[in-house]
Design a protein around this ligand. Structure first.
Ligand code: ZN
Length: 218
């Protein structure tokens, strides 16, 4: 005999999913995250907003979008156990959803933890992040989210030519696109530009032609 509470728990376990919302830069990922968090809270449901410590653009305990929305957040580091953190929070305040900003910076183990939150705790997880870096290569977090998430949702933005922009260019201090350097460098609108694949390829070809891959400022 299945009791009512078991039915509720079972249906929530069945419904919980890991979502990966991915895009290029400046497509409104954080705005979308904050809107979702707001929708939950408006219905009296609790959420946990997480963000990796690598992003120090704003106060460490806030997630803030470029259009001014913001929310309290819990920051974490690469070695932190996101399952334990979520379970502890959930025991204290029943959670309806976990939202995660800058998900490209997750480690493989942390993506696995997100799966455990969904599968073992029955809490939906919405992760938002970049798909590729400025070299056109997957981030560790994105690679593992693309492999493990239940649902993949693209947040679209457009290139200067009007096509969908799926790639990211990183500009140096002179506004020239770079083709090498550290994968992680946090910045605002002036450092990263989203372009379509055709214009990304064109830029890479130009970088090879002028041999400026490593130092474009010379
Ligand atoms: Zn284009």
């Amino acid at each position: 005999m299945v009791t009512l509470i078991e039915t509720i728990i079972f249906s929530s376990l069945k419904m919980a999913k890991l979502y990966f919302y991915y895009s290029a830069m400046n497509a409104g990922k954080t705005t979308t995250l904050l809107q979702s968090a707001y929708n939950y809270r408006e219905r009296g449901m609790n959420t946990l907003v997480l963000k990796p410590k690598v992003d120090d653009r704003h106060a460490a305990i806030n997630v803030r979008s470029r259009i001014g929305l913001e929310s309290d957040a819990v920051s974490f580091e690469a070695e932190d156990d996101l399952f334990a953190l979520t379970e502890k929070t959930d025991q204290h305040t029943k959670l309806s959803c976990v939202l995660l900003d800058e998900a490209q910076f997750l480690t493989k183990d942390q993506v696995f933890s997100l799966c455990e939150i969904v599968d073992e705790l029955g809490i939906p997880v919405l992760a938002y992040g970049l798909r590729t870096d400025f070299r056109g290569e997957l981030f560790e977090g994105s690679l593992n989210l693309l492999a493990w998430a239940d649902e993949l949702v693209e947040i679209k933005t457009i290139c200067h030519c009007g096509k969908k922009a799926g790639m990211v260019l990183r500009l140096d201090e002179n506004g020239k696109p770079m083709s090498s350097g550290d994968q992680v460098k946090i910045g605002g609108n002036d450092i990263y530009v989203s372009v379509c694949r055709k214009h990304f390829k064109q830029q890479q070809a130009e970088n090879i032609l002028d041999g400026s891959g490593t130092n474009l400022s010379s």
